[in-house]
Design a protein around this ligand. Structure first.
Ligand SMILES: Nc1ncnc2c1ncn2[C@@H]1O[C@H](COP(=O)(O)OP(=O)(O)OP(=O)(O)O)[C@@H](O)[C@H]1O
Length: 310
């Protein structure tokens, strides 16, 4: 599959008013394949917005290479911009205009056929409220109106900075369904977020950034598998004795208040066999699979520690 976004070695240092410097991007790499929903994740201040703004030509990088839809940018931005919809800052709408009027004005200004207005209203699920004034819209509806405005040009690539910010669970669910529908229609979606549970459900692939660098990237299941430590939580009568037996037999065991966890295990049946041989019978054996949140915290913490010891 062709890459829709390709970024290599992106660097950006902000210069402060009094001669200070802040390195926001420190050689960042990012690759997004066509037709995917890609999560661009990182803690606050890790460089997500700076990356997206640089990609869209809103700020200038110090170094690095960026390719958008097969064209080198920023040089080719005028040629590719019509194929890209982006929301990198909360768009401001006139509260007294209706959703339809807002989109109609934007369509006219952008030379987009007016038939697109009803199409995008339908896509984002705002048809029923299209005649209402925007000032009566919920935050979720305003977000959907913003997405509708970004979809007017029928973009091949949609870039959204924190689309779920400030939304309640129902709003987040609507946004998630919308992203999936767009991807099913062939639109590549890149969204930055730190609502990781949602990202895990929406995204096909992710890039996790910390301190201006990508620390892991790939399909969600690969990223999760890469951090799988083969852990199993065991519940059994006499947990302390059981933990001792397994440790003596060579297992890595962490004892907790409510039982124990065996790590780095390939075959969980080894636990049941080993304990049964000593007349201890396992009541529960639960694989502990990492989720995106635990992977994110482990990886970004380890970057913090590396920077701390430098
Ligand atoms: N215009 C600016 N001038 C100086 N420093 C800036 C500027 N914009 C961003 N920064 C700094 O650059 C770093 C990266 O910021 P950026 O907004 O790209 O991070 P982010 O990952 O999008 O964070 P968040 O999740 O909080 O939006 C931060 O330390 C931020 O304070």
């Amino acid at each position: 599959m062709a890459a829709v976004i390709e970024i290599e070695g992106l660097r950006k240092t902000y210069k402060g008013l009094f001669g200070g410097e802040h390195r926001a991007l420190d050689g960042l790499d990012l690759s997004v394949t066509a037709g995917q929903v890609h999560g661009f994740l990182g803690p606050n201040g890790s460089g997500k917005t700076t990356t997206l703004r640089t990609l869209l030509g809103l700020i200038r990088a110090d170094a690095g290479r960026m390719v958008l839809l097969g064209r080198e940018v920023p040089a080719a931005l005028p040629q590719v911009m019509d194929s890209i919809g982006a929301i990198v800052e909360s768009p401001q709408f006139f509260g007294n205009f209706s959703g339809r009027k807002t989109l109609t004005l934007l369509a006219q200004a952008g030379g987009v056929p007016l038939s697109r207005v009803d199409a995008v209203l339908e896509l984002v699920g705002l048809t029923d409220r299209a005649r209402d004034r925007v000032k009566g819209y919920s935050l979720g509806m305003r977000q959907r109106l913003a997405v509708a405005s970004a979809l007017l040009k029928e973009p091949k690539l949609l870039i959204l900075d924190e689309p779920a910010n400030g939304l309640d669970p129902a709003g987040i669910r609507e946004m998630r369904d919308l992203m999936r529908d767009l991807a099913a229609d062939g639109v590549t979606v890149v969204l930055s977020s730190h609502i990781l549970g949602e990202v895990q459900q929406i995204c096909d692939s992710v890039t996790i950034v910390a301190k201006g660098r990508a620390i892991v990237s790939g399909p969600v299941e690969h990223v999760l598998a890469s951090q799988d430590r083969g852990e199993y939580r065991v519940r059994v009568d006499q947990p302390l004795l059981a933990a001792e037996i397994l440790t003596e037999a060579g297992a890595q065991v962490d004892v907790h208040e409510d039982g124990f966890v065996v790590r780095d295990l390939v075959d969980p049946s080894w636990i049941t066999r080993t304990l049964a041989a000593r007349e201890l019978f396992v009541a529960e054996l639960v694989p502990l699979r990492p989720d995106l949140e635990s992977v994110f915290l482990t990886l970004t913490d380890s970057v913090d520690q590396q920077v701390g010891v430098r």
